[in-house]
Design a protein around this ligand. Structure first.
Ligand code: ATP
Ligand code: MG
Length: 596
C-alpha cells in the first residue's frame, strides 16, 4: 500500500465511539450479504403497473403525505434572504410547472435544459419536468454561450428554463444556432423586466397553471436525466440516466450518507453536475429530509456560518472545497460551533489524508471520502459512518455494489484477486443508477463494458481488508523507469508540507525514463515561492516517496487549472507544459472562487 498517511498520524481512524444516531449501515457485512435491489425498490412508493418516477418518490409522496408540512428546502439567497419551502409547497409548485410545460406542448421524452443559479425555480422545474416525463438536462450556470449551445444541440433541447439575466448574456447570442429550442421559460421576469421576445415569463405561467397534476407513469428504464461529465480528461460526454436510478439514490442516501428523517442535509454541489442532482436534489428529498440550498458562491466564513446557523447534521462536499477551507486557515472555523454536525462526506477527487484529518481537527469528525462518477449515477464505494477509515482510501463498496480490480489483456479482462495489486476499477453491471448510454455515441458506451463488467477508467488497488485506494485516472498515471506512479500519491505527500495548499502532478516525456514526475504547487498564505522552498519540497518528497516516485521538478503557480466542479485538470497542466493544444476547455473554471 502506498504510504500516504501523514507521517505524524495513525493510518486508521477507528469508529468505536457511541453514535448519536444509530447508523443504517452499522453491520455492513450482514447488510451486504442479504442486500437486494428489488428489496430497496420495495421501500419506494412506486406507481401503478410497475411504473416508477423520480419526482413521485422525491416530492409527490411526501407532499401529499405525512411530511407535507416538513421543510424540504431551506433556501439561502445570495443577498441574505432565507425561504423555507415545505414538501407540500414543493409538490404543488412542481405540479404547476408540469402543467405549464404540457400546456406549451412539451411531451413525454422531450428534453428540457436548466441553466440557472441555485434558486427555488430550478428545483421546481427539475421536479416538475420529471413529473411530466420530460427529460431534464442541467447546465452549470457559469457556462458560456458555446458550451451551452454544444450541449443543447447534442441533447436536442426543446425547452430551456433560465433567468432573464442568464438568458440575455448566454443564450440569446447563440439561440439561432440551437434549432430544436422552441420554448424558453425565464424566472425573475415581471415588473421592470418583462420577458424578452421569444421567451415566457415563468412565474406568470406558474401562477396560471393548476397545482393538481397526476405524475406520468414512466417506465423504470425510461430516460429521466441527461448529465454531461466534467470534462476533466477530454470532451464532456452526455450520460443517459433513467427513472429507476431513484432506487440507488434512495439506497445510497441510506447507507452512504446515513440520512435519517430529521436530518438537515447540505450538499454543496451545484445541480449543474451529477452530484448536485443525485444528492443535491433527489436523494435527500426521497428521504424526506430538509436540505439546505445556498445560492451564493463559496466563501469560508459564510459556509461555517451556514453549518452552524442551519444546524446542518450531514454535510456532503468536495475535496476542492475542503482544501480551500484549509487554505483559509483554522482561525475562521474557531469562531463557530458545529454542535449538530454528525457526518461529513466528500466526492469528486481523491481526498488527501491531510484533509481527512483536518475534518477531525476542525469539526471533531473526519471527512469521509466516497467514489463515483457521472456514469454510475450514485455513490458506489464509500467510507461510511460506522466503518473505520483508512485516510487516503475511498472506502468499501456499498451494499448491492460488486467491485473488482481488473487488468485488461487483448480486449479481455482478468480479475485480480490478490490484494495491493494495481488495476482498473470495474463494477458488475446492473445497479439501478447505471448510465444507459452516452448520447449519440453507442460505440463509446459499448467500449466501457467487457462481459457484465463496467470498466471505470480509474486505476485503484484493493487492500487485504477490502478497502479501495485510488491510484489515478488511467489517462493521468505516469510511467517512469518501469514504474506506474499515481499522481494522487505524489500530490498527497506534497500536501503534507505546511507550505503547500494544492498540488497537481503530471508525467513529462523523457527519452531515458519514459516519463519523469513534475509537480505544480500552489502555496498557503505566508509562504514565498523560491529556490529555497523548491529544494525543501523536493527533499521532503524524496524522503516520503523515494527517488523514483518523487518529482524531479516543481513549479510554483498561484492556482491550478480546475473544472468548474473543482477537479484539477492535469491534462491542461500537461498540455501547457508541453506546448500542446489544450483541447476542450468548456468546463474550465473562469476564476478560483467556486468549488462545487
Ligand atoms: P470526464 O469523464 O469528462 O473526463 P470526470 O471523469 O471528471 O470528467 P465526473 O463523472 O464528474 O467527470 O467525475 C468522475 C471521476 O472523478 C471519477 O472517474 C474519478 O476519476 C474522479 N473521482 C470521483 N470521486 C473520487 C474519489 N473519491 N477519489 C478519487 N477520484 C474520484
Ligand atoms: Mg469520467
Amino acid at each position: 500500500m502506498p504510504d500516504v498517511a501523514p507521517s505524524n498520524r495513525p493510518s486508521r481512524i477507528s469508529k468505536t465511539a457511541a453514535f448519536l444516531v444509530r447508523p443504517h449501515l452499522l453491520d455492513r457485512q450482514a447488510i451486504c450479504d442479504t442486500f437486494r435491489w428489488s428489496d430497496a425498490r420495495r421501500q419506494l412508493a412506486g406507481l401503478p403497473g410497475g411504473a416508477l418516477n423520480i419526482a413521485a418518490e422525491a416530492v409527490e409522496r411526501h407532499g401529499r403525505g405525512a411530511r407535507a408540512e416538513h421543510p424540504a428546502i431551506v433556501w439561502l439567497g445570495a443577498d441574505g434572504g432565507r425561504q423555507t419551502i415545505t414538501y407540500g409547497e414543493l409538490q404543488r409548485r412542481s405540479s404547476r410547472f408540469a402543467n405549464a410545460i404540457i400546456a406549451l406542448g412539451l411531451q413525454r421524452g422531450d428534453r428540457l435544459f436548466v441553466l440557472a443559479p441555485r434558486i427555488p425555480a430550478l428545483y421546481v422545474a427539475v421536479l416538475g419536468a420529471l413529473k411530466a416525463g420530460v427529460v431534464v438536462s442541467p447546465l452549470f450556470s457559469a457556462f458560456g454561450p458555446e458550451p451551452i449551445a454544444t450541449r443543447m444541440n447534442l441533447g436536442g433541447g426543446r425547452a430551456l428554463v433560465s433567468t432573464a439575466a442568464l438568458y440575455a448574456r448566454k443564450v440569446a447570442p447563440v439561440r439561432e444556432r440551437i434549432p430544436t429550442l422552441e420554448h424558453v421559460l425565464l424566472a425573475g421576469c415581471g415588473g421592470d423586466t418583462p420577458a424578452p421576445a421569444g421567451a415566457h415569463d415563468l412565474d406568470a405561467l406558474l401562477q396560471r397553471a393548476s397545482d393538481e397534476f397526476a405524475t406520468v407513469a414512466t417506465a423504470p428504464d425510461e430516460m429521466a436525466l441527461l448529465h454531461f461529465t466534467s470534462g476533466t480528461t477530454g470532451k464532456p460526454k452526455g450520460a443517459v440516466h433513467v427513472h429507476e436510478a431513484v432506487v440507488a439514490h434512495y439506497a445510497t442516501g441510506l447507507y452512504a450518507l446515513d440520512l435519517h428523517a430529521d436530518d438537515v442535509f447540505w450538499c454543496t454541489a451545484d445541480p449543474g453536475w451529477v452530484t448536485g442532482m443525485s444528492y443535491g436534489i433527489i436523494a435527500p428529498l426521497v428521504h424526506g429530509v430538509t436540505m439546505v440550498v445556498d445560492e451564493a458562491e463559496f466563501d469560508p466564513e459564510r459556509w461555517y456560518r451556514i453549518l452552524q446557523d442551519e444546524r446542518v447534521t450531514v454535510w456532503y462536499t468536495a475535496p476542492t472545497a475542503v482544501r480551500m477551507l484549509m487554505k483559509a486557515g483554522a482561525g475562521i472555523a474557531d469562531r463557530y460551533r458545529f454542535d449538530g454536525l454528525r457526518f461529513i462526506a466528500s466526492v469528486g477527487e481523491p481526498l488527501n489524508p491531510q484533509a481527512v484529518w483536518w475534518g477531525q481537527d476542525v469539526f471533531g469528525l473526519p471527512i469521509h471520502d466516497n467514489w463515483w462518477q457521472t456514469e454510475t449515477g450514485g455513490i458506489m464505494i464509500a467510507n461510511t459512518v460506522a466503518q473505520d477509515i483508512k485516510p487516503g482510501s475511498m472506502g468499501l463498496p456499498l451494499p448491492g455494489i460488486e467491485a473488482f480490480v481488473v487488468q485488461r489483456r487483448d480486449g479481455e479482462v482478468e480479475i485480480v484477486d490478490a490484494p495491493d495489486v494495481e488495476g482498473e476499477l470495474a463494477l458488475r453491471a446492473g445497479w439501478p443508477s447505471m448510465f444507459r448510454g452516452y448520447l449519440n455515441d453507442d460505440e463509446r458506451y459499448r467500449r466501457c463494458f467487457v462481459r457484465d463488467l463496467y470498466l471505470t477508467g480509474d486505476l485503484v488497488k484493493r487492500d487485504a481488508d477490502g478497502y479501495y485506494w485510488f491510484v489515478g485516472r488511467a489517462d493521468d498515471v505516469i510511467k517512469s523507469a518501469g514504474h506506474l506512479i499515481g499522481p494522487f500519491e505524489v500530490e498527497s505527500a506534497l500536501m503534507e508540507h505546511p507550505a503547500v495548499a494544492e498540488a497537481g502532478v503530471i508525467g513529462k516525456p523523457d527519452p531515458v525514463l519514459g516519463e519523469t514526475v513534475k509537480a505544480f504547487v500552489s502555496l498557503k498564505g505566508g509562504y514565498t515561492a523560491g529556490e529555497e522552498l523548491r529544494r525543501e519540497l523536493l527533499g521532503h518528497a524524496r524522503r516520503r516517496l523515494g527517488p523514483t516516485v518523487a518529482p524531479k521538478e516543481i513549479d510554483f503557480t498561484a492556482k491550478l487549472p480546475r473544472t468548474r466542479s473543482g477537479k484539477i485538470m492535469r491534462r491542461l497542466l500537461k498540455a501547457r507544459e508541453l506546448g500542446l493544444p489544450e483541447g476542450d476547455t468548456s468546463t474550465l473554471e473562469a476564476d478560483d472562487r467556486q468549488p462545487q
